[in-house]
Structures are given as structure tokens and as C-alpha cells.
Design a protein around this ligand. Structure first.
Ligand code: MG
Length: 234
């Protein structure tokens, strides 16, 4: 894992699910709880529900509607938003994620949360995990009607939250999203190898793994101490 050149970075864009928050909640919700509730609702066994749901979910992956609470509520005839609230106690930050946000603020970096999550899901997650005080902006790609996988997302983001791509760090657990950010010209890219605390590490492809946030915080502090040194009193 390579260290980040913190003095060459002034903006940090962070994904939410699988980056700041443990993806275990989403994996549990979509790959387990949803199947149980769909089976109950339609009078099916859980395995039949699974056989129907897996291809249906796969068909919409990577498209904006895949993240849309209303789309799935209608498709599946289930109250997705209420179901998420019922399971909200499972929403948790990844280890040291909040400390990382705090360290970024101390270091004077501009920080934005950039997610493909629907505003409804975002709302539930921001209620459960106190990330908002550390963020300069919270952006849902639904506001632009373009997922992060599309170049138009990045164009609109830059219009709303001006940043210098070369001096920007973007962290995400999705390789297709990282590739889209790379195509747009984001200078510093990092992947999350362990988005789900209950699963083994995944392949980060051509991207470097950010590693654990505790280590990243220490790097940031060290960088700050170096910058402070010349001006510190004797
Ligand atoms: Mg993610």
C-alpha cells in the first residue's frame, strides 16, 4: 500500500457504502433480508424468492435505478424504505472512518461524500452515523440523474463542488466507479479492499488499497507535523 502525497491533495471525495460505512448492512439487506420479506409477501419459499430476485437485481446493477428505493418498492411490492429503518441498527461505520473524517478536517482538506445511494437511504444512514459534521458537502448522484459510473456525474459534481481534479483524492470500493473517476482525470485514487467486514478482502485491480483508516490518520498527522515544523516556536 503506497502512502498518499497529502501535501499535494486539497480535496477528498469519499464514497459512503463500503468506504465510510460497512457494506455488511447493504449486503445483509439486499442478499438476505429482502429475500425473506419477498418470500413472505408473495407466499414463496426463500430459495424460490432468491431464484427470482438474483437475476432481477443483476439486470439493473450499475444503473441509477439499482440504487432507487422507489423503483424497488414498486418492482417488488415491498416497503423498502420502512424495511431499511427496521434494520437500521445494523448500519455502522468502517473501523476508524469517523476518526479519518476528523483528521481530514483538522488537516484543512475539503471533504465531500459522493454516493450513488438514494436520498432516502442516505438520510437513514446519516441519522445512524454522525458523519455530517465532518463533511463540506453530501452529494447523491440521484440529484444529477447520473451514477458515478458516468462522466456526466463528474462534470456536474465539478460545477457544484469546484475542485482541481489533479489535487483531489477519491476513495471508493467499486472498480467501475474508480475507473470512471480515473477517466475524468482525478489525480489520486484509492480502492477499499475490505468494504464488508464479514467478507475476505477483494481484488483492487489496478488501484492501490487505501488500507486501514487508522494508518491513514497517522500519515495525515505526520504530514501536518512536517508542515507545522518551520513555524513552530522554539
Ligand atoms: Mg461503495
Amino acid at each position: 500500500m503506497s502512502e498518499l502525497p497529502w501535501s499535494a491533495i486539497d480535496t477528498v471525495l469519499l464514497d459512503m457504502d463500503g468506504t465510510l460505512l460497512d457494506l455488511h448492512f447493504d449486503n445483509f439487506f439486499w442478499l438476505d433480508y429482502l429475500h425473506q420479506r419477498y418470500a413472505q409477501q408473495h407466499g414463496l419459499t426463500v430459495s424460490t424468492a432468491r431464484e427470482r430476485l438474483i437475476p432481477l437485481l443483476a439486470r439493473h446493477q450499475g444503473q441509477l435505478q439499482w440504487y432507487c428505493v422507489e423503483f424497488w418498492s414498486e418492482q417488488l411490492q415491498l416497503p423498502i424504505r420502512e424495511m431499511k429503518r427496521e434494520q437500521a441498527a445494523r448500519i455502522a461505520p468502517r473501523p476508524h472512518a469517523l476518526e479519518f473524517l476528523q483528521a481530514l478536517q483538522t488537516a484543512g482538506k475539503r471533504v465531500a461524500l459522493v454516493t450513488n445511494a438514494h436520498r432516502h437511504s442516505l438520510e437513514i444512514k446519516l441519522e445512524r452515523v454522525a458523519m455530517a459534521p465532518w463533511l463540506d458537502a453530501v452529494i447523491s448522484s440521484h440529484d444529477y440523474r447520473q451514477p458515478k459510473e458516468n462522466q456526466q456525474f463528474w462534470q456536474q459534481l465539478q460545477q457544484q463542488f469546484a475542485f482541481d481534479p489533479q489535487r483531489t483524492l477519491f476513495v471508493d470500493d467499486s472498480l467501475s466507479v474508480l475507473r470512471s473517476a480515473q477517466r475524468y482525470g482525478i489525480g489520486h485514487l484509492r480502492c477499499v479492499a475490505t468494504p464488508d467486514s464479514q467478507k475476505p478482502a477483494k481484488d483492487c485491480g489496478e488501484f492501490a488499497d487505501i488500507g486501514d483508516f487508522f494508518g491513514v490518520c497517522r500519515q495525515l498527522e505526520a504530514c501536518l507535523a512536517e508542515t507545522d515544523e518551520p513555524s513552530s516556536p522554539a
